[in-house]
Unconditional design. Structure first.
Lengths: 412, 300
């Protein structure tokens, strides 16, 4: 509990609001009328959404659970300025049409004050036009959502887990600094998602004096022989994978078949279930020189993560009893919800959508969960841009020294 | 790129292409036999393939049955399910107007039902591996590295297609199926039971999809979306000539090899485009497909 308070309060200190932080939670807001919908003297309504069914359920269900337990904790502490957070939850199915429909329903029918949701970048980016036009503060749940973050808009904030640009840059930084890679093989997706992480990978490689051999593949690829033969021919010192779990599995398997021995670094996008990854690859021998990127502040079972895991087990005992739960992506929901509650707190007793968005544009806080600070700026709408790396031998994860912070900066 | 590397790429590209191509060929044959007898493409072929893989996974992993039981059971379930779909749904549709359109819509419906059913179980939410019958040890042929699984896939696919070829050409039932494909009315006049034969064809198509799934599932990982690979089966069928079984096989192998060679010599980004470029080239240069025979004009 102490860590939870520290996480919340450190955020406020960093945001320059220490003056009223200590008394903020219990104070009763003033009576009155409000210019924006979704807010009363006693409640503030937030639209919370994620893929809660379908193939992408693993990406969204647990982060949403984490966000919900954070809001519950805030409510348990008296709410924000005396107002309880009232959640309206929708399933966006990781699909652009469904997500936009959910957002419209939340805004127009449920009259929420602000939005917090989206675990899939392409779907979350699809809401950009509507949200910007409607001028509603929108904090993504755990989607990277780079497409809606750069160029920055006034109302959309994301990457509470990590932006794709930061994911690409920090993996190259790790490969170059820690693994001493000069020639780096890089396999990404051939879509916008892949283009975002490649942009900073190339930027970081250039800064580090390393060269990249890039193979961009379709996320639905069934045979990775061609890209892997080309990577083998390039003879890199390190191989970085920024693909989803399925293509990553095929690549790791093929690397083992082809006898490729160089270190492999798997970006966080492919690490949803490491146990399943090993099972799917079929042999732990393929993981003798294998590293995974993570964006939390410790190993998933490390002491710094304990408070989140304990909180989850207490709030969702049935879920926690299921195999592979909480999922690795669960903690990402916390900094997202913290962004919302911290912004509402700093916006004062009579918040407006415009005021909350303004606060969010300069918010910085320590989440107590993630690898780096959650920080937004005038041209930066990506909250988290740091990574840690773990050596994974198919069974245990060993934290590698250092935190890697993205050096890429958006230039308008 | 030096000659040594080009030679290595060629060997590995062709060897790996033949393996994946043989699966596309099996799927293409499953599509073509339906098309030849109903004049409608089976848009549920991919989901039949996917569902068959999950049936096998269920039998193997959750019921812990041995491979020797799982293979015939999976093939049998797929055969019966596809045959029943024809008997219960398509036969009814056959008596209505606009038969072809209705059949297409019905197969689309089946594809949604199967995908939804697998998703509902929760098993299809994460990529899963299907155990390999042959193991993953590698062997080197020339400079090409293949796994025993690859060799097994290619060998079994070739054997299966040979059996089907013999079945269609030298058995009474196979000939009846071909007759139905050529001219259903004439087939009825010579005493062939149209409904029974078509039901059998659907069953065989399901069986082929199931076989393809059992062979390729250990290589591509199982997800509820794995049926999308059938688009390459359609591409193979179009390249070969949509009504030609040998053409479907040839088309499958061409696509498998083309994917690899394009990926190796042009760009990995072009792999997914290669089959469709091949389709366009074939349709422009030889609209009936490589082995599709002369373009026939239907009299109305």
């Amino acid at each position: 509990m102490k860590t939870m308070f520290r996480a919340a309060l450190t955020g406020l200190v960093l945001a320059g609001a220490a003056g009223f932080a200590a008394q903020a939670f219990p104070i009763k807001a003033g009576q009155g009328s409000y210019s924006d919908p979704g807010i009363t003297d006693d409640t503030i309504k937030i639209g919370l959404f994620a893929p809660l069914s379908g193939a992408a359920l693993a990406y969204g269900e647990d982060p949403l659970n984490a966000a919900r337990m954070w809001y519950d904790m805030i409510n348990g502490m008296g709410g924000i300025w005396g107002r309880k957070v009232e959640l309206v939850i929708e399933d966006d199915r990781c699909n652009a049409n469904d997500l936009v429909a959910a957002v419209k329903k939340l805004v127009e029918q449920d009259k929420v004050f602000m939005l917090n949701g989206g675990s899939c970048s392409a779907a979350a980016v699809a809401a950009q036009e509507y949200v910007t036009r409607a001028k509603i503060p929108y904090m993504m749940l755990n989607a990277s959502g780079d497409g809606a973050l750069y160029p920055p808009t006034d109302y959309i904030f994301g990457a509470a887990s990590i932006s794709q640009r930061a994911a690409g840059g920090t993996t190259v930084d790790f490969a170059s600094r820690h693994l001493k890679g000069k020639k780096i093989g890089y396999i990404n997706h051939d879509d916008a998602y892949g283009a975002w992480n490649l942009e900073t990978a190339q930027f970081t490689a250039k800064e580090s004096g390393a060269t990249l051999s890039v193979e961009s593949i379709n996320p639905n690829i069934t045979d990775v022989t061609a890209p892997m033969l080309k990577i083998r021919a390039a003879n890199p010192d390190v191989l970085i994978l920024t693909t989803y779990a399925r293509p990553a599995t095929l690549i790791v398997k093929k690397a083992h078949e082809l006898g490729m021995k160089m270190p492999i670094v798997l970006a966080v996008t492919g690490t949803a279930n490491l146990k399943q990854l090993v099972e799917n690859v079929g042999t732990k021998d393929a993981f003798k020189n294998f590293y995974v990127q993570d964006v939390i502040n410790d190993t998933p079972t490390g002491p710094k993560q304990k408070w989140v895991i304990d909180m989850y087990k207490k709030r969702y005992p049935e879920m926690a009893a299921k195999p592979d739960h909480p999922t690795p992506y669960m903690p990402y929901g916390i900094p997202s919800a913290q962004t919302v509650t911290n912004a509402l707190l700093l916006a004062g007793p009579n918040p407006t959508r415009e005021g909350v968005a303004r606060i969010m544009r300069s918010l910085t806080f320590e989440s107590g969960v993630m690898a780096g600070l959650i920080s937004y700026g005038e041209t930066d709408r990506a909250g988290q841009e740091s990574s840690i790396f773990l050596k994974f031998d198919g069974d245990k994860q060993d934290l590698q020294p250092g935190t890697y912070v993205s050096r890429w900066v958006y230039k308008p | 790129m030096d000659w040594q590397l080009i030679w290595l790429f060629l060997q590995q590209g062709v060897a790996s292409g033949l393996v994946t191509g043989s699966i596309y060929a099996l799927l293409a044959v499953a599509i073509v036999i339906i098309f030849k007898t109903t004049d409608a493409p089976n848009f549920a072929a991919g989901e039949l393939f996917m569902a068959a893989a999950y049936v096998a996974l269920y039998l193997l992993v959750f019921l812990a049955l041995p491979f020797i039981a799982v293979v015939p059971l999976s093939l049998g379930v797929a055969f019966i399910a596809a045959a029943l779909f024809y008997r219960i749904v398509l036969q009814k549709i056959g008596s209505s107007a606009a038969v072809t359109v209705n059949v297409v819509i019905a197969t689309l419906g089946l594809s949604f039902v199967l995908k939804g059913a697998v998703r509902k179980t929760g098993v299809g939410d994460v990529p899963r591996s299907f155990p390999s019958i042959f193991g993953n040890d590698t062997i080197t042929i020339g400079q090409a590295v293949l796994t025993l699984q690859d060799i097994g896939i290619l060998a079994l696919a070739v054997v299966s297609m040979t059996i089907f070829f013999l079945f269609f050409n030298f058995t009474r039932t196979g000939r009846a199926m071909r007759a139905v494909g050529m001219n259903p009315k004439a087939a009825v006049l010579v005493g062939i039971n149209l409904r029974r034969t078509r039901m059998l064809i659907w069953g065989l198509s399901g069986l082929l999809s199931s076989l393809a799934a059992l062979l390729i599932a250990p290589k591509i990982l199982m997800t509820a979306d794995m049926g999308s690979v059938v688009i390459l089966g359609f591409a193979a069928a179009i390249i070969g000539g949509f009504t030609s079984l040998p053409g479907a096989v040839l088309g499958g192998l061409i696509i498998g090899i083309a994917e690899n060679l394009v990926g190796l010599f042009i760009s990995s980004r072009a792999i997914s485009v290669a089959p469709f470029v091949a389709i366009m080239l074939v349709l422009v240069l030889r609209p009936q497909g490589l082995l599709g025979g002369k373009v026939a004009v239907k009299k109305v």
